[in-house]
Design a protein around this ligand. Sequence first.
Ligand code: PMP
Length: 427
Amino acid sequence: MKLERSQELFQEAQRYLPGGVDSPVRAFKAVGGTPPFIVKGQGSRIYDADGNEYVDYVCSWGPLILGHAHPQVVEAVKRAIERGTSFGAPTELEITLARIISSAIPSVEMIRFVSSGTEATMSALRLARAFTGRDKIVKFAGGYHGHADGLLVKGGSGLATLSLPDSPGVPSSYAQNTLVAPYNNADAVAQLFQRYPGEIAAVIVEPVAANMGVVPPQPDFLGSLRSLTGQFDALLIFDEVISGFRVTYGGAQNLFKITPDLTCLGKVIGGGLPVGAYGGRREIMEMMAPIGPVYQAGTLSGNPLAMTAGIETLKILSQPGAYQRLEDAANRLEEGIVKALSSLKLNLTVSRFASLLTIFFTDNQPVDYQSAAQADTKLFARFFQQLLAEGIYWPPSQFEAAFVSLAHSDADIESTISAIGKAFDSL
Ligand code: PMP
């Protein structure tokens, strides 16, 4: 595979952008080699500056559940852009998207749109602290909730990929208010509540962890978090930035039948444009300015292009059979990988939840960050490079999910399985 132009661009990019990128995992540091510079995406495919074509399982890290440049989304955004790109004034589009989300996720009685998942979680925590009058929060090791200061503690995603569990630049006074428990361990959370009585404002959790690789919740975990937070008058915040409108229409809370107090969203609800959102119980959300005292604002919040892309995406997802099609494609992929593994002596584990999938280079299904971190990341890197050379763009990190989209055809899945089989053989 030729990557000459991408190599030139990567050199040039590094002169101006730290590491040549605007988000760390894109630089391929954990897997080595040159990241292809992408010029175009269409359906399940992306194309790089050297003309290579890849079946894409990153899908912009989740938003592109319909695949790249879906014609209905593109058409709607084109029509919207002709009417102006941003007003900094209210539009009906915000009501439309809010109504769609609120009817899909009944716990979201009111919502505030922002421009990224980071802003959503950061603001939801501010609100939770204001509502409870408490400062501490509980997060889980390997959980990633964006890069707000207090959340960069034992983080997943790029922090796990680069082995930087915490970040310099976060004041220790700030990090002290972040308590960390192992994922899938409600007892540890109970202990924190006992140790810090009356101090914990909220527990924030990815209901399906996907930033240490895909780690589904064990049967009682989320229910226990719901009862513990209730018992100790703290809020339960579901960070559904990945799982929202991904694991089902609505979010993981619909599947597990657990009602959080606040929900963070992003990715899919913006259809590939920059969007985040947080919402929840009316009495809590009414603490937000301008009706309440908690401040949060944004120049491009509720941006009309982003609202339009989100509305079109959710319209398509609401059609009967959409999630069954996603499930079928992801299931076929999983079965193909498991079959390819059965004849080999590799100790790997396929972890899938709906259309999120991770091949863990370890022989037990991880249940938390500690077990996920046992994975052989060097072997993963070799696997990744083999797949890339076969035209499969897999997430360049052991600790991320591969995203299956509605654009992945049977033929795409078949060719992916065969490339994965070849990559396994070469290991
Ligand atoms: N929460 C979760 C669960 C995420 O996966 C991410 C990003 N991958 C974020 C929050 C932060 O979102 P953003 O990158 O849009 O700031």
